[in-house]
Ligand binder design. Structure first.
Ligand SMILES: C[S@@+](CC[C@H](N)C(=O)[O-])C[C@H]1O[C@@H](n2cnc3c(N)ncnc32)[C@H](O)[C@@H]1O
Length: 289
């Protein structure tokens, strides 16, 4: 049973402005938390199509009776136009993207998302495609690693971390998540003001790199609004400023979209205390004109 708790649940449902009978796409199924809420609101006459890049998330959902009426696809959300075309659907009433990783992925020790994990530092949403993060740091030049950690992690000690990675990879094979987390912790001074683990930014950067997350988000932000009906809603939840910046400018620059949220919606203190993962979430809503 998935352990992921959906963030901003009421805000997502209000943002999508769902009517019974609507067709809604959840582009990031994860543990299906948002999909379940959407199902309740579209009712018997409605349709829900859900995608996730992670084959494990879709396989689990396929065995779960609660999702029997959902069209589940193991795809990148950037491919939603092709998925809809294959179903003979041109436009839908709402699209949701809840970015980043799920608590279920974080808890899977084999995949290296958690700093404590002794599994390989893989970090791929779809482990059947592309290159795991440990290979990336074995292969790339020191400058490339530093640039990547700086750009995708907004980490000011990126050069120091990259230098340490390159030094250590000559001494031993850098492979597990806990090894890399320990290397970063011993390189970066712990901030007095922030309680976050010093490895957080580096892990975020490597995850964004191996999954090409910003590239796919940009593609989706450009392609998906075409597939909304007039009045249809596009709701995106991001978890860091790199994502939010892309969403904000895509909503502002698309003349077929009207921004419903001028400022992003943030979780309440109550939600943060009940679901700490929601802490950094920001939700933006746009409506198709
Ligand atoms: C935050 S979780 C979604 C949780 C879900 N809303 C819920 O309530 O259970 C994000 C999910 O998006 C998936 N994902 C990330 N990038 C993706 C992409 N480009 N296409 C499809 N799925 C993606 C991840 O595999 C992960 O399962």
């Amino acid at each position: 049973m998935p352990i992921h708790i959906p963030v901003l649940p009421n805000e997502v449902i209000e943002g999508l402005a769902i009517q019974p009978g609507d067709t809604i796409v959840d582009g990031t199924f994860g543990g299906g938390g948002h999909t379940r809420l959407i199902l309740e609101h579209v009712g018997q006459e409605g349709n829900v199509i859900a995608a996730d890049r992670d084959p494990a998330a879709i396989e689990i959902a396929q065995q779960d009776e609660r999702f029997a009426n959902v069209v589940l696809v193991n795809h990148n959300y950037a491919d939603i136009p092709e998925i809809l075309t294959s179903m003979g659907i041109e436009q839908v009433d709402g699209i949701l993207l809840d970015l980043g990783l799920s608590s279920d992925q974080l808890a899977d020790r084999e995949r290296g998302f958690s700093y404590q994990s002794d599994g390989d530092l893989d970090l791929r949403f779809d482990p059947t495609k592309g290159e795991p993060a440990y290979r990336l740091i074995q292969r790339l030049s020191e400058k490339h690693i530093a640039d990547l950690i700086y750009e995708f992690g907004e980490e000011r000690y990126s050069r120091r971390i990259a230098a340490q990675i390159v030094k250590q990879r000559h001494v031993q094979e850098l492979r597990t998540a806990s090894q890399i987390a320990q290397l970063v912790r011993s390189t970066v001074p712990r901030s007095k003001h922030h309680a976050i683990d010093p490895a957080t930014r580096t892990f975020q950067a490597l995850r964004i790199a191996v999954n090409e997350e910003l590239k796919w988000l940009s593609v989706a932000l450009r392609r998906l609004p075409e597939h909304l009906k007039p009045g249809g809603r596009f709701v995106v939840i991001s978890f860091h400023s790199l994502e939010d910046r892309l969403v904000k400018s895509a909503f502002r620059e698309n003349e077929k979209l009207k921004q419903i949220t001028k400022k992003p919606i943030r979780p309440t203190e109550i939600e943060i205390s009940q679901n700490p993962r929601s802490r950094s979430s920001r939700l933006r809503i746009a409506e198709k004109i």
